[in-house]
Design a protein around this ligand. Structure first.
Ligand SMILES: NC(=O)c1ccc[n+]([C@@H]2O[C@H](COP(=O)([O-])OP(=O)(O)OC[C@H]3O[C@@H](n4cnc5c(N)ncnc54)[C@H](OP(=O)(O)O)[C@@H]3O)[C@@H](O)[C@H]2O)c1
Length: 340
């Protein structure tokens, strides 16, 4: 016996990837419903070798469904997640709405799988921000060995992190640079994204940081350890899929770069590709469609006593969203619902 699974936002970047990953990982699905807004009613999406038709989330009855993987943005989540949860269906949510709610676990299974057990207060489990998910997978094993005191991270985030509209804007602007007959002014982003980089993701906070930077700080504390200090600069780059991060850590105990490399090689969810030669590292285009978080350029930071630098790359639609949500579903199945 398997699970009755709902995917809400099935026509979106993350929703489609959730369907791919449920099929790829042979998640025990007995029945599946794919939902989107009314405007997509009847749109066909693929699930393994099947084609499914989307239904309207607004009129869907969640009664009798085991779990719902949501990827529909915070506004729609606010309306529909409580309805699903009240009907007894456990919601695994990709939006930021519930991430900081003390009654909702925020889970990256390689780091804090047991936190899933706290789902029952609201029947909701939150998935972190895409840039946080890949970073904490790398931080956790290093923290367990040498206790991380401080993290300095700069991100290079792809446009798929802001949904279908972000990808369309990069595509259309890139074409318009070559063919200036059609001008494509910035709409989704505050400045031109084609052939440019933008140091601004999400809204500005009072202290001058942006909300995406704040999310990396708050979420790392909730998932890994509240004592870790994090400072982040989040940058949007003209890459379609795959987020990259330059990460610097300061640890309490000394950690040699070779030992760090060995620890990361053994850690779940991580693939180390670190050769000190041309191309001996991973870039975003190479991580697309992969499950792993790739770590390269591991080296000592000689400007502080106990410091390391490394480069971290992952498919943001996978580890940053859909894969992590499916991994949470797997843990929920194994530890709580116990079907399949
Ligand atoms: N992309 C990432 O890397 C990433 C990472 C982590 C978290 N997330 C989060 O995941 C969520 C989805 O992101 P995405 O990149 O997949 O966005 P997207 O490509 O723009 O897709 C949005 C999906 O939500 C559906 N939707 C929007 N409003 C709806 C409503 N009122 N009722 C029903 N369905 C509605 C859309 O349906 P229609 O097609 O019918 O409009 C579509 O299926 C967001 O909360 C985002 O913050 C994304």
């Amino acid at each position: 016996m398997g699970y009755k699974v709902v995917v809400a936002g099935a026509t979106g970047n993350v929703g489609r990837e959730m369907l791919n990953i449920l099929a790829e990982r042979e998640f025990p699905v007995d029945e599946i419903a794919v939902l989107a807004s009314r405007r997509s009613l009847g749109t066909e999406v693929s699930f393994g070798d099947k084609t499914l038709k989307t239904q309207d989330l607004a009129t869907f009855d969640f009664t009798g469904w085991d779990m719902a993987l949501f990827a529909i943005g915070s506004d729609a989540t606010k309306e529909y997640a409580p309805k699903a949860a009240a009907a007894g269906c456990v919601v695994i949510d990709n939006s930021s709405l519930y991430r900081y709610d003390p009654d909702v676990p925020l889970v990256v299974p390689e780091v804090n799988a047991d936190a899933v057990l706290g789902y029952s207060k609201k029947n909701i489990i939150a998935n972190p921000n895409c840039s946080t998910a890949q970073m904490v997978v790398a931080l956790k094993p290093l923290h367990d060995r040498a206790k991380i005191k401080r993290v300095v991270v700069s991100t290079y985030q792809s446009v798929s992190g802001s949904g279908k509209e972000g990808m369309d804007e990069l595509w259309d602007q890139t074409k318009s640079v070559y063919n200036p007959v059609t001008e494509v002014p910035p709409k989704k982003y505050p400045k031109q994204i084609a052939f440019n980089v933008i140091p601004h993701i999400d809204v500005f906070m009072e202290d001058g940081s942006t909300k995406d930077e704040w999310k990396m700080v708050a979420e790392t504390k909730k998932i890994v350890d509240p004592s870790i200090k994090v400072t982040a600069t989040c940058v949007r780059v003209p890459v379609f899929v795959g987020h990259a991060e330059a990460i610097n850590i300061e640890t309490e105990d000394f950690l040699d770069e070779d030992e760090a490399r060995d620890i990361l090689r053994e850690a779940p969810g991580i693939m180390v590709v670190d050769k000190r030669e041309d191309g001996g590292y991973v870039t975003p285009v190479e991580c697309v469609g992969d499950f792993a978080t790739f770590i390269s350029r591991i080296r000592q930071d000689s400007t502080i006593e106990n410091g390391l630098n490394f480069w971290c790359v992952s498919d943001n639609l996978r580890k940053g969203a859909a894969l992590n949500a499916v991994q949470i579903a797997e843990v929920l199945g194994q530890k709580v619902l116990k079907k399949g």
